[in-house]
Design a protein around this ligand. Structure first.
Ligand code: NAI
Ligand code: MG
Length: 394
């Protein structure tokens, strides 16, 4: 019997192209695991009226480790129209399986490393005052609270009377008291202290493990006083347990402005759900974008690792596949590190780094050409060729 069992969920579109590539890498690095396939996503919805089947939930519950590719998601109207004819009109409702998975297993810690690889032509460069250019080394990991905040889903257009009454009890609601219901949309931003403590602690633990000097809490407590205030207050509390690590505080708007100024100064950033989502995309853009952006969704028992990109339907049918498998492969490396096999994770990352540095094998995104069947004849590597190059370095 193998040491680990990994639930593999390729999902839709290019998820089916990149996930198998990460398995080749895991095998080559000697990761001792069995793999069980599980369904998730749009095809699953169309055929069963459920994007996250019970079997997938049960497998995750049992094995506690998941690798996920990507899924397709569409608005409710399209969801109803594409449902198998015999399932239509039976009251099936489409829910995002990713959000459901995060809530079901309380995968409240989302970790998104944005680390630049030397030689990546997509890396951010900055003009120096003497007119020359410099390429700062960016090594930022964003810790995003994954289950609360603006993603909790507690919202209304035309809120029910009882909610309006509650809102009316707040002095600031006077300004909106006469807005007709159908013209009033309300989304609730919820932060709870235990969840805030968990995400901030995860950030500090990571800084400690990687020997970083500081953690940045990125919120907006001067305006969003209660929720961002609780995040910041909690960060100050947690910091007391880590005397050797500094705590810096930035506002989300200013932080994004500073992205061009000194992104290399931020190694660990922690934020609530929506701000963390924005931050991680912003930092990922500095180190190569979607082809490089990996992530982990980590709960107390279950953890699921996935590239941040989606199913890229326009490339899903291409043969050979052309998309960059690196984001998926780096996600697999995160999984390996999560179970404590740091050297294997490091070997994977080093192999990727060598291939990027050498610059001989580049997928279309790394060549800054448009994707499509033509990109191969323009010299772009296919998905499989990129993995082959990484395997050769292992
Ligand atoms: P997307 O991430 O699928 O693709 C956007 C564009 O980024 C692609 O057209 C392609 O040019 C590029 N790209 C993405 N992955 C790449 C890779 N590995 N290598 C090279 N280039 C890559 O986002 P889009 O087009 O907004 O959404 C497509 C579908 O994916 C939608 O149904 C959306 O709901 C879903 N989605 C799912 C996510 C997930 O499964 N976690 C996340 C984001 C979107
Ligand atoms: Mg996003």
């Amino acid at each position: 019997m193998s040491k680990h069992t990994v639930v593999t969920m390729p999902g839709d579109g290019i998820g089916n192209q990149v996930l198998p590539e990460s398995l080749r890498v895991l095998k080559a690095v000697g990761f001792d695991a069995d793999y069980v396939h599980a369904d998730i996503g749009w095809d699953c919805w169309c055929n069963n009226g459920n994007a996250l089947p019970e079997r997938t939930i049960e497998l995750l519950k049992k094995h506690e480790l998941g690798l996920f590719g990507a899924i397709t998601s569409k608005p409710n109207k399209a969801a109803q129209a594409e449902l198998k004819p015999e399932l239509q009109g039976k009251g099936y409702v489409y829910y995002s399986p990713i959000v459901t998975m995060r809530q079901k297993f309380n995968l409240d810690i989302c970790m998104r490393p944005c680390v630049g690889f030397t030689g990546n032509p997509l890396n951010y460069i900055r003009k120096r005052t003497d007119g020359g250019f410099e390429e700062p080394h960016i090594n930022t990991t964003v810790f995003r609270q994954n289950t609360e905040g603006m993603y909790a889903g507690i919202e209304w257009t035309n809120p029910p009377e009882i909610v309006r009454t509650a809102l009316n009890s707040h002095a600031k609601f006077k300004a909106f008291a006469n807005v007709p219901g159908q013209d009033l949309a309300v989304s609730v931003r919820i932060i709870t202290r235990p969840a805030a403590r968990r995400i901030v602690t995860a950030a500090f633990e990571y800084a400690k493990k990687k020997k970083f000097k500081g953690v940045t809490i990125c919120e907006k407590p001067n305006v969003v006083r209660e929720t961002s205030g609780m995040m910041e207050e909690t960060a100050k509390e947690v910091k007391k347990n880590y005397p050797e690590i500094q705590l810096w505080s930035t506002n989300i708007d200013a932080q994004l402005m500073w992205l061009n100024k000194n992104p290399e100064d931020y190694n660990v950033i922690v934020a609530s759900n929506l701000f963390g989502d924005i931050l991680s995309d912003a930092f990922a853009g500095l180190v190569g974008g979607l082809g490089f952006a990996a992530s982990g969704n980590i709960g107390d028992t279950v953890a699921v690792f996935e590239p941040t990109h989606g199913s890229a339907p326009k490339y899903a049918e291409l043969n050979p596949p052309i998309v960059n498998p690196i984001a998926m492969i780096l996600s697999a490396a995160m999984m390996v590190e999560h179970v404590g096999e740091n050297d294997k994770a490091e070997r994977i990352r080093n192999a990727v780094a060598e291939v990027v540095k050498e610059g001989k094998v580049r997928t279309y995104d790394m060549m800054r050409i448009s994707g499509g069947a033509k990109s191969i004849s323009q010299g772009a590597a296919s998905t499989v060729q990129m993995t082959d190059a990484i395997l050769a370095k292992l």
